[in-house]
Design a binder for this molecule. Structure first.
Ligand SMILES: Cc1cc2nc3c(=O)[nH]c(=O)nc-3n(C[C@H](O)[C@H](O)[C@H](O)COP(=O)(O)OP(=O)(O)OC[C@H]3O[C@@H](n4cnc5c(N)ncnc54)[C@H](O)[C@@H]3O)c2cc1C
Ligand SMILES: NC(=O)c1ccc[n+]([C@@H]2O[C@H](COP(=O)([O-])OP(=O)(O)OC[C@H]3O[C@@H](n4cnc5c(N)ncnc54)[C@H](O)[C@@H]3O)[C@@H](O)[C@H]2O)c1
Length: 458
């Protein structure tokens, strides 16, 4: 088969791959894009966007239920059909990527729906959805943005049950009576709270010591207290031994001997990188690796770049987008700043939101830094007090005392993700703590709690 010569082939279009392909084509490169499912990837169709529409609905339900304590009588009859319609029509246009494909074509890229695999340096073989096999030779190279898929934990029997993943959860038109969520990470906690607020009896089974183990322990522990107050059952340090499905019901057995029954089970127990079917072995890379090692320009090999979740620098859309901009500048020979990851922000959109940036206290200690920490309870701040119900939260800052700068921070609260912005800037720009302390913080805002946390540094 003779190979078509082009400048660049982009394999997989998560948010970063789509943007990079568009940017490269707009810059005049001959670009071929191959996507095996939907252009745009997990975020717009099964991840960030539909789940944040769910969160918007469940936050509205919670606020109406808080009204009697702060404003007067109000009732709400939650209707999942409202959320389902927004996701189906407004977010995903019925899980159809025509608009995204046309946007790429308009930028000048050729788009194939199909599976692409490397076949040596700069070479890609494509099996199109229409059954054609094409081969490309890429002069500048190849960009990999294949993303991840849900991990299914090795629990006996689980693989044989009709468990749900995030892909099923975002397509629901009706909710079950009861649900067990396996995993207390970002996906598990966001969806657990949403479904509980819409009336589902939810149990979260987490094999770690608390929820959100990548965040500060205080944040996961506070979130568990909020969940319990809202009627969500949380089982931590729980080891699942066996799963079965019969007569429309799931039965889960725990090592403790407890048996859980539920109408449905949602698996939210981490992700597996889509590296195993990419032809990585043809360029000397390991197809079974957990992550694809990249340098500060996102180079993974000769004329090969990789961006997104598979690089292991944070499985977030903003990381995928940040990396694509760096890789694109490298591909176009434009130089500029290489990638740095000392201030990666992340927000879990529970209520309260859990925002974090940079290192946790433990990570800073493990890195050998001379650590001082400060924290404050948001509910005890003036704004938390006036806010009343739903005002749970905290701010925690982690300082490298030798340099006098913050290396990490947590902002948890009703607007935790927004408060985080200020802290993300402080960590990113290494603003001296003395400067942060000399600022005026508006009264009575949630972000004013940062001043109290800084005053608590010891
Ligand atoms: C439920 C959920 C909620 C989330 N919420 C948030 C959030 O609020 N904020 C946030 O920042 N992040 C969130 N994320 C994470 C976010 O979705 C990802 O970090 C983001 O999509 C970036 O992923 P990516 O660029 O690596 O690729 P992906 O989005 O995973 O896309 C990769 C694409 O590559 C394609 N592909 C794979 N292999 C091939 C191949 N061989 N040939 C052709 N195509 C291929 C796949 O079909 C896929 O479309 C969430 C994720 C989930 C699952
Ligand atoms: N708001 C956001 O930014 C957002 C939202 C959702 C997802 N994401 C991204 O997607 C990634 C994947 O999310 P996730 O929640 O699936 O993964 P995760 O790896 O972050 O969390 C999975 C959790 O499941 C637990 N677990 C694993 N096996 C288990 C078992 N057998 N029994 C019980 N618990 C088990 C783990 O201890 C872990 O706490 C996240 O790390 C995040 O980067 C981001």
């Amino acid at each position: 088969m003779s190979a078509h010569e082009v400048d660049l082939v982009v394999i997989g279009t998560g948010p970063g791959g789509e943007a990079l392909a568009s940017g490269a084509a707009s810059a005049g490169l001959e670009v071929v894009v191959v996507e095996k499912h939907l252009v745009g990837g997990e975020c717009p169709y099964y991840g960030c966007i539909p789940t944040k529409m769910m969160v918007r609905g469940s936050d509205a339900v919670a606020e109406v239920r808080r009204a009697p304590q702060v404003a007067g009588e109000a009732t709400i009859t939650p209707a999942w059909s409202v959320v389902a319609r927004r996701i189906d029509e407004d977010a995903t246009t019925h899980w159809d990527d025509t608009i995204a494909v046309e946007r790429l074509q308009k930028a000048g890229a050729t788009v194939h729906h199909g599976v692409a695999r490397l076949a040596g340096v700069g070479r890609v073989v494509v099996e199109t959805a229409a059954g054609e096999t094409l081969e490309y030779a890429a002069r500048r190279g190849v960009v990999l943005n294949p993303g991840t898929r849900p991990a299914v934990p090795p629990v006996e029997g689980l693989a044989d049950t009709p468990y749900w993943t995030n892909r099923d959860a975002v397509r629901l038109t009706e909710l079950p009576g009861s649900l067990v969520v396996i995993g207390g990470g970002p996906i598990g906690v966001e969806l657990a709270q949403v479904f509980a607020r819409f009336g589902v009896r939810v149990t979260v089974v987490q094999n770690g010591p608390r929820l959100l183990t990548v965040n500060e322990p205080e944040a996961g522990e506070l979130l568990e207290r909020v969940f319990v107050e809202e009627g969500i059952r949380v089982l931590t340090d729980a080891e699942l031994r066996h799963a079965a499905y019969a007569d429309g019901a799931f039965t889960l057995e725990l090592a403790s001997g407890e048996r859980l029954t539920a109408d449905k089970v949602l698996v939210a127990a981490g992700r597996v990188p889509n590296l195993d079917d990419l032809g990585l072995e043809t360029v000397g890379l390991d197809p079974h690796a957990r992550t694809l090692e990249v340098d500060e320009w996102l180079r993974a090999g000769e004329r090969l770049w990789a961006i997104g979740d598979v690089t292991g620098h944070g499985a977030f859309t903003h990381v995928s987008m940040y990396q694509q901009a760096v890789a694109l500048r490298d591909i176009l020979g434009q130089g500029g700043e290489p990638a740095r990851y000392h201030a990666v922000p992340h927000v879990t959109f529970t209520d309260p939101e859990v925002g974090g940036v940079g290192m946790t206290e433990q990570q800073a200690r493990d890195a050998g830094l001379s650590v001082r920490t400060g924290s404050t309870d948001l509910a005890r701040s003036s704004r938390g007090f006036t806010h009343g119900p739903g005002g749970h939260g905290l701010v925690k800052v982690v300082e490298d005392a030798d340099r006098g700068v913050l290396v990490g921070a947590t902002a948890m609260g009703p607007a935790g993700g927004e408060i985080l912005g200020l802290l993300a800037l402080a960590v990113h720009a290494e603003v001296p703590v003395a400067t942060l302390r000399s600022m005026i913080y508006a009264y009575p805002t949630f972000h004013r709690a940062i001043e109290s946390a800084l005053a608590d540094l010891s």
